[in-house]
Design a binder for this molecule. Structure first.
Ligand code: FEO
Length: 392
């Protein structure tokens, strides 16, 4: 693909990764992704903002084939999907300086073995003039790593926030065109990557209020010519109260837990609660992560395997603990044969979730009337708690 002009002397020169299906050997990418790199040419200096994943370095280097000089490589973030091609770029441009926060310098030196004398470290709020194009840097720790920063091009009012506001979406549209599709991809991205950093993001969103932004140019997925579209979505994801939703990840080996799940779902629906049910034997964990963005309650359904929870359930609990959704209530349901420590083990795996644990329901073998009654009580308790909190 050819370089794509965003404004005069500002070009997208990224790589679209249509076929990638897994990120960090963990996160499903059903729609691929892109690594967006940007070339900003001032009257005196030229800057490259972020690079691309090392698997696609040749795509970036082809764009740079006719670019004789790069003075600055701006590293908003040291993670390799944006920084991975820096060594090759620095090799091609031996006088170029690598611009990063102090923490960025440390990480880039450690991860990519960039020599000390190639760096310029910048402080929060510092600017760099390219001649008619001024780059302003804002330190933005924990969006996504501790070294991250945002770059703002003053004259053109373009924000380059790297991971923030990104989406894993391979697409030929330069700007977000199909808002439904982009919203879904951006929410998935938020859930999988950004949700643990909600508090930091909320702070940075406030900071960005003082900037006049015409275009947001993230380093994954399409750009936004209507910045309010993605900024409002982020505000809702980080600040709104959870909704009247129960997320129900479960596994059933022989049908007993399945029966309990079906009964609980019916009871919750009767109580006016929305349920998102995920059979972890088949589900895409990105869908589960997305559901956790809005849910007030998670009920985990598990059979007992060797006295503990099913390993797939343990994986989901561990993931939910890492993603830190704003859940208010948690419970566990499931079946066992001769004994179970599933509840104790699962609740021990989620210390980050500051949620109230509602009385679990475990049944021996196939569920009996007593178990169904206990599930009805759990549904009533959840509905009551959601109402008391006014969850919409
Ligand atoms: Fe897209 Fe944190 O890297």
């Amino acid at each position: 693909m050819k370089a794509r002009q965003i404004k005069q002397n500002v070009h997208w020169i990224g790589a679209i990764d249509w076929d990638r299906r897994l990120f960090d050997a963990l996160i499903p990418l059903p729609d691929g992704t892109s690594y967006n790199s940007y070339l900003v040419q001032g009257s005196q200096k030229v800057a490259l903002i972020d690079t691309v994943d090392p698997t696609m370095t040749e795509v970036l280097m082809a764009y740079l084939g006719n670019v004789e000089v790069i003075d600055y490589v701006i590293a908003n973030h040291a993670e390799q999907d944006h920084a991975g091609s820096i060594p090759q770029v620095l090799e091609k441009y031996p006088d170029a300086k690598l611009v990063a926060t102090p923490k960025g310098r440390d990480l880039l030196a450690a991860l990519l073995l960039v020599p000390e004398d190639r760096f310029i470290t910048i402080s929060d709020g510092e600017t760099l003039s390219l001649g008619g194009k001024t780059l302003e840097f804002t330190h933005a720790p924990w969006v996504h790593w501790p070294e991250t920063m945002l770059t703002y091009l003053r004259e053109d009012k373009i924000l380059f926030p790297c991971d923030l506001f990104g989406s894993h979406l391979a697409n030929t549209a330069l700007y977000a065109a199909d808002e439904g599709q982009v919203y879904e991809a951006a929410k998935r991205y938020f859930a999988e990557i950004m949700m643990p950093f909600r508090t930091s993001i909320e702070k940075h969103l406030e900071k960005l209020n003082s900037y006049k932004i015409d275009i947001i140019a993230p380093s994954h997925g399409p750009l936004y010519s209507k910045p309010s579209f993605i900024m409002e979505a982020y505000r809702s994801w980080v600040s709104d109260p959870p909704k009247n939703i129960v997320v129900l990840p479960y596994i059933s080996m022989h049908g007993s837990t399945q029966k309990m799940v079906e009964h609980l779902v019916d009871a919750l629906v009767d109580e006016g609660v929305t349920v998102k049910q995920f059979n972890l034997a088949a589900t895409d964990i990105g869908k589960l992560a997305m559901a956790l963005v809005d849910a007030a309650t998670m009920v985990i359904g598990t059979p007992t395997v060797l006295i503990g929870p099913h390993p797939n359930i343990a994986h989901a609990a561990f993931l939910a603990n890492a993603l830190r959704p704003r859940l208010e209530f948690i419970s566990v349901i499931g079946s066992y044969g001769w004994g179970s420590k599933a509840v104790e083990q699962l609740t021990g795996m989620i210390p980050n979730l500051k949620a109230e644990v509602l009385t679990p329901v475990l049944g021996k073998g196939f569920p009996t009337e007593d178990v169904f009654k206990a599930l009805d009580n759990l549904a009533s308790t959840i509905a009551k708690k959601h109402k008391e909190h006014g969850f919409p």
